[in-house]
Design a protein around this ligand. Structure first.
Ligand code: NAP
Length: 250
């Protein structure tokens, strides 16, 4: 019987109730990892955990928390560590958009996107890092966006949060490298999920015209890149950004 590459490892995946996070959780579970499925909405994290457990019993546990809430995340992190005993892989994937032109953007539109996408990733990293340092191993993978690399009109808040994730990742990568922990970034391009389902035909056409591979990505394209950074083959890679965007940002 072949051993799976994440056997005996524990992965925490935020925003795993739907979309890209759900695919990441399922991909890591299929390769043997135990999964803490984190989402804002309890029914969504429960659904993902149930579908993982239907294939591999006792593999996943659901948690509901707003990643933007520092204290609540520390509590959830403690609960995850009490339930699983360790954390080998942290995927900060939870994210939202509130797209509008900067001229019309409200203070609330700015704050909620920065708090969720950037501070949320900091909060979960903070909650897991001490344990990874004690373990002297760990993989942190932050989900940025092509928008953080290139900027996209209507996304000043979102692009700032996603570019901020890259700077934060590189800083933490330098802080924890000596403890055997790597921090890397996956930057998806347009990917078929609920987030892009709301785009109108004009925006989809405009996006498509900028993608050399002429198609949107799938959630599995992103999950495969995350699994690469989590795997032993990526042990000598830290502070890097991998764009999975059909060539859009090259
Ligand atoms: P999605 O389908 O809208 O799902 C977002 C997930 O994040 C959901 O599970 C949601 O929780 C969770 N979430 C949102 N706010 C949260 C909060 N405050 N606390 C906890 N969880 C929260 O999005 P997606 O398309 O899969 O995107 C996943 C990540 O990839 C995001 O960071 C996004 O910015 C990034 N990305 C996406 C694309 C794309 O084209 N789709 C492109 C580039 C980057 P609930 O399910 O409980 O609501």
């Amino acid at each position: 019987m072949s051993t799976k590459r994440f056997e005996n490892q524990v992965a925490v995946v935020t925003g795993a109730g739907r979309g890209i996070g759900e695919a990441i959780a399922k991909h890591l579970a299929a390769e043997g990892a135990k999964i803490a499925v984190v989402s804002r909405t309890e029914s969504n994290s429960a659904r993902t955990a149930e579908s993982i457990n239907a294939i591999a019993p006792d593999t996943a546990k659901p948690y509901a928390v707003d990643v933007a809430d520092f204290d609540a995340v520390q509590k959830t992190g403690d609960q995850i560590l009490a339930d699983f005993g360790r954390c080998d892989i942290l995927v900060n994937n939870a994210g939202i958009t509130r797209d509008t032109l900067a001229m019309r953007m409200s203070s609330e539109d700015w704050d909620v996107v920065l708090q969720t996408n950037l501070k949320g990733a900091f909060n979960f990293t903070r909650a897991m890092l001490r344990t990874m340092v004690k373990q002297r191993s760990g993989r942190i993978i932050n989900i940025s966006s092509v928008s953080g690399l290139m900027g996209l009109a209507g996304q000043a808040n979102y692009a700032a949060s996603k570019a901020g994730l890259i700077g934060m990742s590189k800083s933490i990568a330098r802080e924890v490298a000596s403890r055997g922990i790597t921090v890397n970034v996956v930057a998806p391009g347009f990917t078929e999920t609920d987030m892009t389902a709301v785009l109108n035909e004009d925006i989809r056409k405009g996006a498509m015209s900028q993608i050399p591979l002429s198609k949107f990505g799938t959630v599995d394209d992103i999950a495969a890149a995350v699994a690469f950074f989590a795997g032993s083959g990526a042990g000598y890679i830290t502070g890097q950004v991998l764009a999975v965007d059909g060539g859009m940002s090259m």
